[in-house]
Design a protein around this ligand. Sequence first.
Ligand code: DMJ
Length: 484
Amino acid sequence: MRTTFIKSISAMVLVAFSSLIFTSCGSKTTNNENKETNQISDKEKLEYQERVKTAFKKGWRAYMDYAKGLDAVNPISEKGHNWYAESLLMTPVDAFSTMYLMGLEDEMKECKELIFTELNFDKDLDVQQFEIAIRILGGLISSYQLDGDQRFLDLAIDLADRMLPVFDSPTGIPYRLVNLKTGKVGGQGTNPCEIGSMMLEYGTLSKITGNPKYYDLCKRGIKAAYDRRGKTGLQGSWIDQDTGEWADTRAHISGGIDAYYEYLLKGYLLFGDEDFLEWYNVSRDAINKYLVDTTSVPGEYWIGWADMNTGERHSTRFGALDCFWNLCYVLEGSTDRAEKLQASIAKMWFKDGIEPEAVDYTTMQPFYEGAEYYMMRPEAIESTYYVWRATGDKQYYDQGKKMFESIEKYCQVENGYVQLKDVKTKEKWDTLESFFFAETMKYCYLFFAPSEVFDLEKYVLNTEAHPLKNTWDKDWKGNKIGLK
Ligand code: DMJ
């Protein structure tokens, strides 16, 4: 019974994914593609491609002029900053895959020069393994797969090997912090996102190098978290990696848990590993049963917080990060749910013209004091992109276009782009996260880009939107997995 269920979901995932990817492939035509082509003129697409590229380039110039060699830029004060005592070139590494898709040859050249002359991981720094894995390791592997320069891969392997000690815990659940020079691990306690959201990066490295250690260690950590799921099937917020005991049983799909679920589904899509599909299916059913909220605001579809064991509703909170969940709905074929959630995402974005970090969806007010900022997060735009691709319904293209326009309008300053402290007053916040380059601009661009620019059939995007090659027919060991 169980096997049949998984198989049927498995087929559903592939069907949905195929119909999504076929709309993006250029060589294949579907009804969705016809709808899109008929409704949006080439002139408009070209105009908006250029506008997104101009925005990206303006941000990049700010980085090169004021922060070259550092992690990130502060455009208004015309300076830069690092995450740690020394730079890990966060912005250039995160930016390269988007430059590649946009075909920005000059920027790619200066970016590569910077990375290959200055990036070096032999540094006495305690880094947060998850952030470094999704931004830098993911960026380097993706850049290698797109551009083919071996030096990207050499850096990626060096970085991954330096971070591997995180998996050496009594439970197999990784530590959060690791010293890049000494391998000393640290950080007591962790969350599901930081446990599972490097599977795509490490797994791809196993595929490329043929060395199973990356894949196996990472999967072991995810299994350890999955085996400790609550009675509802949900993950909680905080767990001790030494004892395996939960310290915070609040369940949600927001920051701290989000990409754990995303990587179960994408892990299946990228590696054909049926364990990930089973773990995803159990998790997704639990999310739909306990976190989805269709009653607090009649007629609307939200995803709130609940206890991982009792399923009792904890709060009616939804935020910018939670929007990622719609890509799972789309990829698994739950387009009806995706469209309902998209309506809530659009409501949250357009209420003040641009999206706040988190709201109480029963009042649409900031969920906590200070939650009215917009830090250029991509997830709402990402969701809109996937829903548009899956449905071909022009209202979602229009939403995506307006989201990009609101970034242009509210986040642009004379010499770059910045975040907002308050979406109501539009007060500027003088900093620019590297995911503006990796993700926000990439999804904006994909709305208008020619379909052949990016063949989604051949790639799965990591959670930082770095494309990873999807060979589909083989797992990392080279065994045929029969997905096609
Ligand atoms: C990015 O680093 C990634 O998308 C991550 O999964 C969540 N946070 C930021 C963007 O909001």
